[in-house]
Write a protein that binds this ligand. Structure first.
Ligand code: ATP
Ligand code: MG
Length: 137
C-alpha cells in the first residue's frame, strides 16, 4: 500500500471542516495513519512550497498557509496518491468535479482547502518534512 501527505489548509480549519474532509478520505478507502494540528511559520511555509518560489502567487500562498493552524496527515491505501488527488478535485474549485472536497468546500484557487502530494518521491519528502519515524506506525 502507498502513503501520501495531506494538508487541511487554513480556510478549512477556520470553518471547522476537518471532520467533513476526513469523512471524504475515509469514504474513499483512504486510512488516516498519522495526523496533527500545527501552526506553520512563514519560513516553514516557504520551505514546504519552495518548488513554487518563482510563481507570482508564492507570497499570497505562503502567507495564507501561515495564517491559521493546519492539519497535516498521512493517508494510506491502494494507489493513495492518485486516489487522494481524485477526492480533492481540481486546484481551481470552479473546475473541480461534483462531490470532490474542493468542489464542496474550497473558496478560491488559492484558498482551496487541501493539499496532496503529487508523486511518490514528493510524498516521501513531504511526509518526512512533517513526521518523524516514531510518529508513523
Ligand atoms: P496542492 O499542491 O496544494 O495539492 P495542486 O497540486 O492542485 O495543489 P499546485 O499547482 O501545486 O496545485 O499549486 C499549489 C497551491 O498553490 C494550490 O493548491 C493553491 O493553493 C496555490 N495556487 C495555485 N495556483 C494559484 C493561483 N493562480 N493563484 C493563487 N494561488 C494559487
Ligand atoms: Mg501541487
Amino acid at each position: 500500500t502507498e502513503r501520501t501527505l495531506s494538508i487541511i489548509k487554513p480556510d478549512a480549519t477556520r470553518r471547522n471542516l476537518t471532520g467533513k474532509i476526513n469523512a471524504k478520505f475515509e469514504d474513499a478507502g483512504l486510512r488516516i495513519v498519522a495526523q496533527k494540528r500545527i501552526q506553520l511559520t512563514i519560513a516553514q511555509a516557504q520551505q514546504f512550497y519552495a518548488v513554487h518560489s518563482e510563481r507570482p502567487f508564492f507570497g499570497e500562498l505562503t502567507e495564507f498557509m501561515a495564517s491559521a493552524p493546519v492539519v497535516v496527515q498521512v493517508l494510506e491505501g491502494e494507489g493513495a496518491i492518485a486516489k487522494n488527488r481524485e477526492v480533492m478535485g481540481a486546484t481551481n474549485p470552479a473546475d473541480a468535479a461534483a462531490g470532490t472536497i474542493r468542489a464542496e468546500f474550497a473558496e478560491s484557487v488559492g484558498e482551496n482547502s487541501v493539499h496532496g502530494s503529487d508523486a511518490p518521491e514528493t510524498a516521501r519528502e513531504e511526509i518526512a518534512f512533517f513526521f518523524s519515524g516514531l510518529e508513523l506506525v
